[in-house]
Design a protein around this ligand. Structure first.
Ligand SMILES: CC(C)(COP(=O)(O)OP(=O)(O)OC[C@H]1O[C@@H](n2cnc3c(N)ncnc32)[C@H](O)[C@@H]1OP(=O)(O)O)[C@@H](O)C(=O)NCCC(=O)NCCS
Length: 154
């Protein structure tokens, strides 16, 4: 039986249980366009894995990566892990690739997700109508982005 506390509330970043989440870390495709988890977020006290971040080529023509992130253990949310993990992932990409832009998309009702992005100075660049399908329905998504220059000047 799936643990509802482990189900991610938004979009396609779904894991039915902690075990499914951990297995996913090992089995996901490493293709640049896939949601392969690139970094594991661990708990400060005991290094237990509690979340993941990743990035993917979101568009066949446009340059840049979109970031994704999840603190999969709900008891560890709201403690700053997500913000720190996304900042480290963005630092990594701006230091190790030539892209000028990083982006992220989130359901318009996913307040923690877009507050995280805004606290890191990502700008809301638009709204994609009916772009996500989850929980049996279509939902709008916000598009966020930050340039290399803005990241440096934060
Ligand atoms: C989105 C997510 C990664 C945020 O990570 P987190 O470690 O919980 O967030 P942080 O503690 O770093 O806080 C990030 C911001 O969200 C705010 N926030 C956190 N939990 C919140 C909540 N339940 N309601 C409203 N705001 C919240 C924080 O106050 C902070 O904003 P601030 O800097 O303006 O104060 C996490 O909630 C999560 O994994 N959610 C489920 C998966 C998901 O939605 N992933 C993103 C898909 S786009």
């Amino acid at each position: 039986m799936s643990d509802p506390n482990m189900a991610f509330p938004w979009d396609t970043f779904a894991a039915e249980s902690y075990r499914v989440f951990e297995e996913g870390l090992h089995t996901a495709s490493r293709e640049e366009t896939s949601l392969y988890p690139r970094f594991v977020v661990t708990r400060r006290e005991d290094a237990r894995p509690i979340g993941v971040t990743g990035y993917y080529r979101a568009h066949p023509v446009l340059e840049g990566y979109d970031l994704w992130y999840a603190i999969c253990d709900p008891t560890e949310r709201g403690k700053g892990y997500g913000t720190e993990a996304v900042a480290i992932t963005a630092d990594y990409l701006f230091s190790n690739t030539h892209v000028e832009r990083l982006g992220a998309v989130c359901d318009i009702k996913n307040v923690p997700s877009y507050r995280l992005l805004e606290s890191l100075h990502f700008r809301r660049e638009g709204r994609l109508r009916r772009a996500l399908f989850h929980h049996g329905g279509w939902h709008d998504a916000f598009v966020y982005g930050i340039t290399r220059e803005d990241w440096k000047g934060r």
